[in-house]
Design a protein. Structure first.
Length: 157
């Protein structure tokens, strides 16, 4: 069956959260923190990352796009709109590991950028960690330019 793309629906949320846990282990700051210090106060990295995706779905449900194989969501992208600055932000993009390498992430990015243009935005922003090799290659291939590298520091108190 061919993968199709459509707008996010509230009934997709649980599946987005499943994909988040499967796809983000190597590209999640929360995961890196947990690897260094262990589970923080009984809250595993997956729970913290899921909360971020929940917040995206609540903030801009119309800007979520999913890839579906039949009825099953296999990838997603979330977006936020900053109309004041005409900037679109892509906070989360994830592809089920069984569907990675098929161009779904690229297509979702292209659809998100088209959505931003339809909304009258003039710029787009996405962030990634240096550990995300796919993102390091894909984002510039679509026209994103690296502006700066951010260093995250943590410590035990």
């Amino acid at each position: 069956m061919a993968v199709e793309f459509r707008r996010y629906r509230e009934s997709d949320r649980a599946r987005l959260l499943e994909i988040t846990e499967q796809a983000f282990p190597g590209a999640s700051l929360d995961r890196l923190i947990e690897e260094r210090y262990g589970v923080l106060n009984g809250t595993p990295w997956q729970q913290r990352k899921r909360a971020q995706v929940d917040a995206d779905c609540d903030a801009n449900p119309d800007g979520g796009i999913v890839a579906v194989d039949g009825e099953r969501v296999v990838a997603y992208i979330t977006t936020r709109l900053w109309q004041e600055t005409k900037m679109g932000w892509i906070p989360n993009l994830a592809v089920d590991p069984g569907y990675q390498g098929q161009g779904l992430g690229r297509k979702l990015l292209e659809l998100a950028l088209a959505y931003f243009r339809e909304e009258g935005l003039t710029h787009a922003k996405i962030e990634t960690l240096a550990t995300n090799e796919v993102g390091q290659h894909l984002y510039p291939a679509l026209g994103f330019e690296e502006l700066a590298r951010q260093v995250h520091y943590t410590m035990e108190l």
